[in-house]
Design a protein around this ligand. Structure first.
Ligand SMILES: Cc1cc2nc3c(=O)[nH]c(=O)nc-3n(C[C@H](O)[C@H](O)[C@H](O)COP(=O)(O)O)c2cc1C
Length: 311
């Protein structure tokens, strides 16, 4: 992977929608990894601004595939900014693959099932990300420990990156042991100084425990986002999940009121209601730090863990 992407370190920061902007992605790339901007549901103006914030440092960008399909012009806006890589996740990527490859950008496809891994491999991407259910944000149901080596076997010789719950060097070494060629890390970088997440949301990540995360559809329902049913989002539990998780039908019935209340909570930074997306790896996150420091610590911990294993 280091060769294909020209990286010093096989560490990729995840394209967290509206959280991973150009400053975070650039900091990770400058530290020797690959930083990805997360386009989320944002339009061309946001994408162009975040590439400007990367200030000429080579970064990539990730899209939510089903959402990109609804407004595909955003891909052209991104490619005009000359990303080093484009990552697609959550939907059928086949109609975008040719255009991405023609642009000279590397192609990364994230998958949540073995079946999707096989379909992705047929498109011959530069890298496949095997995303475990431990992951923060949207994802599937497979646990990374058995899923990762199965994907590695199935898509060989295409390199595979591990994603989901990786927050320190032990997780990186475990991923390598299971056959990964790289790691893709989200939540750990959510709590980076450069991330666009609210300060109060980062504080919840630092204080929170993996015990208190759940996968749910209620935040997609309340935002009226047409997420395919196969994908749920992992969040920190809060008053909103206590009220509505498991009562999805009831929430649909109260949608007019709850949609307004939710929008207001997002606006005012009320995270008792608004979602804080987080993976199970938050037990291992104890402080907000600059992204460069996070990368350096990950490398140091990886080396220390390797040395311990060889003793
Ligand atoms: C806040 C947040 C937003 C995310 N948004 C996206 C997204 O827009 N597109 C995407 O492909 N993955 C997204 N992800 C998932 C990541 O790509 C990645 O699989 C995940 O962060 C890895 O697990 P970890 O968070 O435990 O490190 C998001 C994750 C988080 C935490």
């Amino acid at each position: 992977v280091a060769e294909i992407f020209g990286l010093r370190l096989p560490i990729i920061s995840a394209p967290m929608g509206m959280v991973a902007g150009g400053r975070l992605a650039a900091a990770v790339s400058r530290a020797g990894g690959l930083g990805l901007i997360g386009a989320g549901y944002e339009g061309a103006a946001w994408i162009e601004r975040e590439f400007r914030h990367a200030d000429g440092t080579g970064v990539g960008i990730g899209f939510i595939t089903w959402d990109l399909a609804a407004s595909p012009d955003r891909l052209e806006a991104a490619l005009a900014c000359r990303p080093t890589a484009v990552m697609l996740s959550f939907g059928d990527p086949s109609s975008f693959v040719g255009r991405i490859r023609d642009s000279g950008a590397r192609l990364i496809l994230q998958v949540q099932t073995l079946e999707a891994a096989e379909r992705a491999a047929a498109l011959e991407p530069d890298l496949i990300v095997a995303q475990g259910t431990e992951a923060g944000g949207h994802g599937g149901a497979r646990a990374l420990l058995p899923f990762l080596p199965a994907v590695v076997d199935r898509v060989s010789p295409i390199p595979v990156a591990a994603a989901g719950g990786i927050s320190d060097g032990r997780g990186i070494v475990a991923s390598f042991a299971l056959g990964a060629a790289a790691v893709l890390i989200g939540t750990r970088f959510y709590a980076a100084e450069e991330s666009l997440a609210a300060t109060a949301a980062k504080a919840r990540i630092v204080a929170g425990s993996g015990d208190a995360t759940i996968r749910t559809r209620i935040f997609d329902i309340v935002r009226r986002l047409p997420w395919p049913k196969a994908f749920t989002g992992r969040v920190l539990r809060n008053a909103f999940t206590e009220r509505w998780h498991g009562k999805e039908d009831e929430l649909e019935n109260e949608l007019d009121r709850e949609n307004l209340r939710y929008a207001d909570a997002v606006q005012t930074g009320n995270f008792g209601t608004a979602a804080v997306w987080a993976g199970e790896g938050i037990d291992l996150i104890s402080a907000v730090a600059p992204a460069q420091e996070i990368v350096e610590r990950l490398v140091h911990e990886t080396e220390r863990t390797m040395a311990r294993l060889w003793l």
